[in-house]
Design a protein. Sequence first.
Length: 423
Amino acid sequence: MKDILIQNALLSPSGKEGTADILISGGRIKEIAPHIEPPHDCHEIPADGLTVIPGLVDVHVHLREPGFSYKETIATGTAAAAAGGFTTVCPMPNLSPAPDSPENLEKQLELIRRDAKIETIPFATITRLRLGNELVDYKALAPMVAGFSDDGSGVQDEDVMREAMKGIAETGKILAAHCEVNALLKKGYIHDGEYAREHGHRGICSESEWREIERDIRLAEETGCRLHICHISTAESVELIRKGKERGVQVTCETGPHYLAFCDEDLQEDGRFKMNPPLRSRRDMEALRQGAVDGTIDVIATDHAPHSAEEKSKGLEKSAMGVVGLETSIAAVYTYMVKTGLISFERMIEMMALKPREIFGFKGGLNAGDRADIALVDFNREWIVEPSEFLSAGKSTPFAGCSLTGKVLTTIANGKIVFDKRD
């Protein structure tokens, strides 16, 4: 592997922290200094005007293999991730076969070893087939996974969830909970708010989310399990998690860029605005933004959920739930949260790169000795989101046509250039 020398990269978009050269050797950051003399036969990357950041980590993506490769593949999904500045992603287990045993998990790991462009660490299921009934063998699966999740459905039975938390706590792994009370859904598909009422749509009430979050925080407090709550969308969820943290519960959480950028006032009669949980009210969006500001929300994760064009072409009522996000994520957060002054650049990097590594125990960073997982971003470049240009097989995003600031130009994962679109 040839050494790489990144030259004259900004350490923050403002340039106030100065510039640096970064020497990568043997897959690791060997040196960071104001100037490094190029070693013999190294690959030089002039980075004038570009900001160097730690490789991003997305702990909630759907790569659809095995079982649903017409929506996305490991190859296309991780190529999209690399284009978005990500060097580690964690695919969720709503697959066929579900990774609920070492044998089934191995089918996914084989595809990852063959096709993944970046580090890809999957979740195993909490229950067999994600049906919420029979627990899986957590100890057998733990060494190979990021954690355990039945994402796509909440574990409805409290006793099952309690026993799951006890078992997962023994492994030290994370339980990543999709919190949703099925009895409260009532066939809804967008937020139960003003838009739904005015346009004759069936709504999903906020309580369907926060009620199960309330239960799971209580169970995590009881069992000592490390609980990570997926894709929160309501003001009540933020407050419950805030209070849980204050009591010392081992609870962390994530929200998605789209929940920080949009609310149900932005809905259109288009499947690209349909995801689960749905875009909530302005009050909810503002509470999520405040949760990002004050540290209640630990992580921003995309919940990248590709579907075929046909599946997303049926309007709000009948389109499949889920939107893509890997290639717009950092630009969306920078545009809607950093440029507006809501959070600092450093806080964005904490939520998208540093905190996920801390919570899940992943490698990589931006210090000498770290595994060389790095992205170079032009935070002065404005661009219009054109989904047809995505590397992901999924093209449905609420950011389509939006003007965003911040473009990933180069991504280096484990010391290897995995994406490069510099002029």
